[in-house]
Design a protein around this ligand. Sequence first.
Ligand SMILES: [Zn+2]
Length: 163
Amino acid sequence: MLIRWDKTVASDLDSEHSLGVLVVGSIEQHSNYLPLGTDSLLGERLACEAAEQADARILLLPVQRVGFSPHHSAFPGLLTLRHNVMTDYLTDLCESAFRTGLPRLLIINSHGGNQSALQGVVNRLGAEFGREAILVRYWDLISDIVPSIRKSEPGGMGPCGRV
Ligand SMILES: [Zn+2]
């Protein structure tokens, strides 16, 4: 069951009996045929569809649409964060979610450039607060079905045609 954190009322949050899910994407170029928010939109869609099919109560935190993408700075449309700012911000965000009683948190990385910062968030949540968050990359979750749904040749899925 999908419950969007930002669309529920506080008395219905029931975070103690939920799995928290945080999607972190990016705003960056995806050539001239896909929107700048492609990474975030893909991660959000995957999380929502999985949550709707789950027996568990899934609390979807607000999707974090801006990530770490300085390697896209040569292209128009980039919104990015500094690595340390992103790690600080997301550590605070996750810790505040845990303080509501959330027992578990799954972080879904929806942009390759975020991996280092998100691993830092997971490490800090554990070391500084004793919290357990699990980090996954969405493309690892669907690697077995990608060959059956892709329309491009291998090398055609990434923003620069690398995946
Ligand atoms: Zn990306």
